[in-house]
Write a protein that binds this ligand. Structure first.
Ligand SMILES: Cc1ncc(C[n+]2csc(CCOP(=O)(O)OP(=O)(O)O)c2C)c(N)n1
Ligand SMILES: [Mg+2]
Length: 584
């Protein structure tokens, strides 16, 4: 037990950061927290000064996702804090242990409508796992520590709200050691039941989710898959949940995912959903395949019991850590007679055949073939997005980290992203905000400077996020951004094409030279127009990262568009009023 010491609340806060291993805090300077900020250098904490607070919280998210440690950010009360909102929601749905520190109006003027005042707790109440409010300066260390503990315990953002006058004073403080509670493997009766079901399975399929990544369960998942001879699908946007080169890896489910994964899971009699909440968007029909095996027995393992059976009907639910649970299942199944042993060779052949069919299909799928795409691409000298994505896939260095934004081309990329190690893919998850990928990869790079780091971003989303090039140049963060310049908010334009008779509104973009803009920011900027140049451009940009140089590779691509995002949620328009009759 640490001994109480006399210190100021700012010191108590900073010492709590130190106790939690914090070395980076993202933010924009503000008077509200200057007293604590002043101590950062002496505490070994680097303040990463960003261009916009949304960038700070996304960077903290990327930092957390790449490292498995806390991502931390701080902002000025009022406008600095409200700039966090979108990033907090994104981190919430990415399950990132982010602690965002929100100094608030001083306690003696709250409610008087002074400068930069807004109630800062209600705004975040639905997108946080915990909100700690320092209601007395003496509780600074206690409440700060709880924010750090809860962010890890519940894997999501926590808010530390501090009236700005509470940074000052003299208090007796005990700095708490971090409390890390690992969920165990889960209820042993449920694990027994799951083992029985798996032992009797003739076509078991594993669906490996984000929980496998967060729990460090890759090794156990591989061992379990090999024991059962089960193909392993990755859950939507978690292509790094299983090593792609493994014979049993069949790729991601969901939007623009792998047909091999879909066709194989469709045949499952048992699905082991390991570390996944089975989010509704991630298992929607795709490529015309309604693949979810409705008759199969589903075993779901998630560290959050509220996720069990929430979206899909399940046979067994286990509240547990993916790694410990997988190990417990291996213990129960090893040496047992398994129904899956009988047809192992036959299933292995099926898996290999589906994978090779999907790979050949992707090779041949060089461009989109719908009438709109054929039309816009026919007169274009630019690259087909799919071919550009294939070239990028080939050129990505080993151990690369890739973040992807929300957009048509970034989504199509889901078919072309393969990883060997976890904590490699940082897609904008269920919150789906354009502008996520670039700041996130900056944070990831600071967490793992030795790993090459790439962001895939559409030109529309680039307009939202490019201001963080300032941060890259100022803070010498070396990442590579591939901007897909198709001169349109393509994903939304696709809806105009499919549902609104091509009545375009707000979807066509007039762009400056993104490469030129990057150079003006003090970064590298390269325009890439030919497939033959993709590999070299990527390799030079990856090299420049080692000198802390960020490069923007502006990919000139055709306007063709892949399948729409929200086929599930749009309908053909029906108009009732006379004046709108032609709007169908
Ligand atoms: C912050 C935010 N605003 C709007 C949207 C709606 N939206 C989804 S995809 C998309 C278009 C993305 O365009 P771009 O980044 O150019 O990529 P492309 O689809 O052209 O590949 C938009 C506007 C969103 N997801 N997030
Ligand atoms: Mg675009």
């Amino acid at each position: 037990m640490n001994q109480p010491q006399k210190m100021g609340p700012s010191e108590a806060l900073v010492e709590t950061l130190v106790a939690n291993g914090v070395t980076h805090v993202f933010g924009i300077v503000g008077s509200a927290f200057m007293d604590a900020l002043d101590l950062f250098p002496a505490a070994g904490i680097r303040f990463v000064a960003v261009a916009h607070e949304q960038g700070a919280i996304h960077m903290a998210d990327g930092y957390a996702r790449a490292s498995g440690r806390h991502g931390v950010c701080i902002a000025q009360n009022g406008p600095g804090v409200t700039n966090f909102v979108t990033g907090v929601a994104a981190a919430f749905w990415a399950h990132s242990p982010v602690v965002f520190i929100t100094p608030e109006t001083g306690s003696m003027s709250m409610g008087l409508g002074g400068f930069q005042e807004t109630e800062q707790l209600p705004i975040f109440s639905k997108i946080t796992k915990y909100q700690g409010h320092v209601n007395n300066p003496k509780r600074m260390a206690e409440i700060a520590a709880r924010c750090f503990d809860r962010a890890m315990l519940d894997l999501g953002p926590t808010q530390l709200n501090i009236p700005r006058d509470y940074f000052y004073g003299e208090i007796d403080v005990t700095i708490a050691d971090p409390m890390r509670v690992r969920p165990g493997p889960g209820d042993s009766a449920a694990l027994d039941a799951a083992a029985e079901i798996l032992a009797a399975a003739r076509f078991p399929v594993i669906l490996a989710g984000g929980g496998v990544i967060m729990a460090g369960a890759t090794g156990e998942t591989v061992a379990l898959a090999e024991l059962l001879g089960a193909p392993v699908c990755s859950s939507y946007l978690h292509n790094d949940s299983f090593p792609a080169s493994h014979a049993l890896a069949v790729g991601p489910l969901g939007y623009q995912g792998s047909k091999a994964a879909m066709k194989l899971i469709a045949q499952a009699d048992v699905v082991l959903a390991l570390g996944t909440r089975l989010g509704p968007f991630g298992t929607l029909p795709q490529h015309g395949l309604d693949y979810w095996p409705k008759q199969a027995k589903i075993i779901q393992i998630d560290s959050d019991p509220r996720m069990l059976g929430l979206v899909k009907a399940i046979s067994v639910g286990i509240q547990g850590d993916a790694r410990a649970a997988a190990a417990a299942l291996i213990g129960r199944l090893k040496g047992r007679q398994l129904a899956a042993s009988v047809n192992r060779a036959e299933r292995a052949a099926k898996i290999a055949a589906e994978k090779s069919a999907w790979s050949s299909e992707l090779d041949a799928w060089t461009h989109e073939r719908d009438p709109y795409s054929m039309e816009v691409a026919s007169n274009s000298a630019y690259m087909h997005p799919r071919q550009a994505l294939r070239e990028l896939e080939k050129a990505l260095p080993a151990h690369a980290m890739v973040s992807t934004d929300i957009g048509n081309i970034c989504s199509v990329a889901n078919s072309y992203l393969r990883f060997e190690q976890p904590r490699s893919m940082f897609a904008a998850m269920s919150f789906g905000n354009c502008g996520y990928a670039f700041p996130v990869i900056c944070g990831a790079k600071l967490a793992a400077p030795e790993r090459p780091a790439f962001a895939y971003v559409g030109d529309g989303a680039w307009g939202i996020s490019l201001n963080e090039l300032l941060t890259c140049a100022r803070e010498k963060i070396g990442v590579t951004v591939v901007v897909f310049n198709n001169q349109q908010w393509g994903a939304e334009k696709k809806n105009h094409v499919d549902f609104y008779s091509r009545r375009y509104q707000g979807v066509n973009l007039v762009n400056p030279s993104w490469a030129g803009i990057a150079r003006a920011f003090g970064c590298e900027g390269v325009t890439v127009e030919r497939l033959a140049d993709v590999g070299n451009a990527l390799r030079s940009a990856a090299e420049a990262q080692q000198q802390g140089k960020t490069s923007v590779l502006e990919f000139m691509v055709t306007q063709e568009l892949g399948d729409p995002f929200r086929r599930d949620a749009l309908s053909k328009p029906v108009r009732h009023l006379e004046k709108y009759q032609s709007y169908t």
